[in-house]
Design a protein. Structure first.
Length: 195
């Protein structure tokens, strides 16, 4: 599969598919930064859960666009010079999206050097967390998921059992404080209540 990928890359390179496209990226970068500014402005002024929820979805969309721009900068597709692509990658990744470009770019380069190779593609272990790539992996994933679900249930039940007495005592303590303040008020009506 690696050989096929390299052949395809050479064909696309000869077709100039990998040439920088400054006009396209000027529009995409400008639109994405404007959308980010808009979303941050909405977060600043929005009131009410529906506005905040809708803006959170919009902000998520903008974050994905920033990730695409970081990806394109990692492939040196935005600018002709390497250093400007790396700077753009750091701005879109590190500064605006919280993803370290210095870690991601070499990692992604290794992925493209060995796509879907069991030992050499660094993305396959991460991919296997979400997707089973074979029947055996699917069986193993179901067993692991069942065990993890059981462990989570045990932790939740254990926490509920452990914390139930504390919650009851907390309730009793609050109740006794209210009763105590009523008694103090009845005995000494001139004393101010402490809250």
């Amino acid at each position: 599969m690696t050989r096929n990928y390299q052949d395809l890359k050479q064909v696309l390179g000869r077709g100039r598919f990998f040439d920088a496209q400054p006009v396209y990226y000027a529009l995409v970068v400008g639109g994405t930064l404007a959308a980010l500014a808009c979303s941050l402005w909405i977060f600043t002024w929005a009131r009410g859960p529906i506005a905040i929820l809708l803006n959170t979805a919009f902000f998520s969309f903008v974050s994905v666009q920033l990730g695409f721009l970081m990806h394109d900068a990692g492939h040196h597709a935005i600018f002709r010079r390497s250093w400007t692509n790396e700077l753009a990658g750091m701005i879109f990744g590190d500064l605006l999206n919280g993803l370290p470009f210095g870690w991601w770019a070499p990692h992604h380069g290794r992925h493209h050097a060995h796509p879907n190779h069991d030992e050499l593609d660094p993305d396959l272990p991460t991919l296997r967390i979400a997707l089973a790539l074979s029947e055996e992996e699917a069986r193993q994933a179901r067993v692991i998921a069942a065990v993890e679900l059981l462990e989570c249930a045990q932790i939740a039940v254990g926490d509920a059992i452990d914390q139930a007495p504390l919650r009851a005592l907390d309730h009793v303590d609050r109740h006794s404080l209210r009763v105590g303040s009523i008694v103090v008020t009845l005995k000494h009506p001139s004393l101010p209540l402490e809250r």
